[in-house]
Design a protein around this ligand. Sequence first.
Ligand code: HEM
Length: 450
Amino acid sequence: METNTKELPKVKGHWLFQNSMEIKENILGFVQKYRPQYGNYFRADTIAQDICFITDPDGVKHVLQENNRNYTKSFGYEILKMFLGEGLLTSEGDFWRKQRRLAQPAFHKERLAKITKEMAASAEQMSENWEKLSENGKAVNVLHQMNEITLDIVAKSLFGADVGANLEDIRNAITITNEYAMKRIVQLVRLPLWIPTPAIRKYNKAARKLNDIIFGIIEKRRKNQAEHPDLLSMLMAAVDEETNEGMDDQQLRDEAMTIFIAGHETTAIALFWIWYLLAKHPEVEKKLHEELSAVLGDQQPSYEHIPRLKYTRQVIDESMRLYPPAWMVGRRPIKDDVIGGYQVPKGINVLMCTFDIHRHPDYWENPEEFNPERFSEENVKKIKKYAYFPFGGGPRLCIGNNFALMEAQIIVATLAQKFKLKLASEKHPEMEPLITLRPKGEIEMVIEKR
Ligand code: HEM
């Protein structure tokens, strides 16, 4: 270790269980409780894992970008491997680099320009459904609505598949895997998945369902020789330069499953919080409506409109500041490191809490206030690097970040052009920090025509 470095302050805990219980109960609450007391770098230990929490943007930059070669993904991603396998999110090293190169062209600008047409078509379809829903005045589950549309978009545009008939099954299976993965990450004792406890049986059933759907999509594409210039075709056609072999079925499954899940769950959650915040802030909603009228009039939003829908984008950025769908990012140092002057031992889980950094009073004025002006062209320059990082950063930056932002812009613009959402109850939705930052329980909203 370098000289002049400090040891990480350690949160006091139980003599045997240390901080296990509190972290198991509520890991986000743990950071929020102890960061003001211990500062931006502190350590907490559990029976299974040792953790270094970081809430300093410079520290995040060091880990994700400057010294990224010294880091692998943290323990939580090992748990995600139980259903994502060795896909882009969870794989490492040269293997990851090769797979990322193969997938990247599916997200190039020209491809995205084409995909926005599919996004607009799905949004238009939802707008037609909302027309009917607005007539009967019944409250709807907006997260379900947003899941439906983001799933439709990812399935059609990247896999050439229509999964509408399986919507309910997919939604339930993803909820179960999301809940079970988070539970397993903070569990003190992890039983192997072949021991049939009720929770494991439930998880295995959900994972089988998702597998069947993904393998079904791959199988169908193999039989259907038609040209689909999408991600699935790229992955299927990819050949290893050294071995001259394509991806085997398992690897194809892992990549497809990763994009299928990562590609819609996060965006749906971002959209849920956007509708919620708009309903709570009529002055922001009004400004959004003014922009939509000025830029679109009665036209449907398209690729060309995207750079002009500036305020729409600010609303999206600010919503993801307050409610980052991926609320924590984790890594592990391969060798001992020094971050922000603190000694960080190899193997520890370095957890960078996006949620807390996005609301940290040192980097944000009135951090709890919803104010899209923070992201205006002029103000955005003032934001400290890595004080805002909803898509991570460095080489492992989200591959779908532009896809997600365009998608959110198209969906918000299409639907807000015609509708307003009102909360069905005055109750503030609580957060449920699973792998993604979901709202707790069923939050209902009423769709009204503007
Ligand atoms: C609002 C929506 C989204 C959010 C907030 C989000 C967030 C993130 C974050 C924070 C990471 C980095 C994780 C890490 O460093 O450990 C990531 C990685 C990833 N995301 Fe996203 N994401 C979103 C949408 C999407 C979409 C639309 C896709 C695909 C269509 C996607 C696919 C991926 C993949 C494959 C990775 C792993 C990339 C790699 O390591 O090479 N995401 N995402």
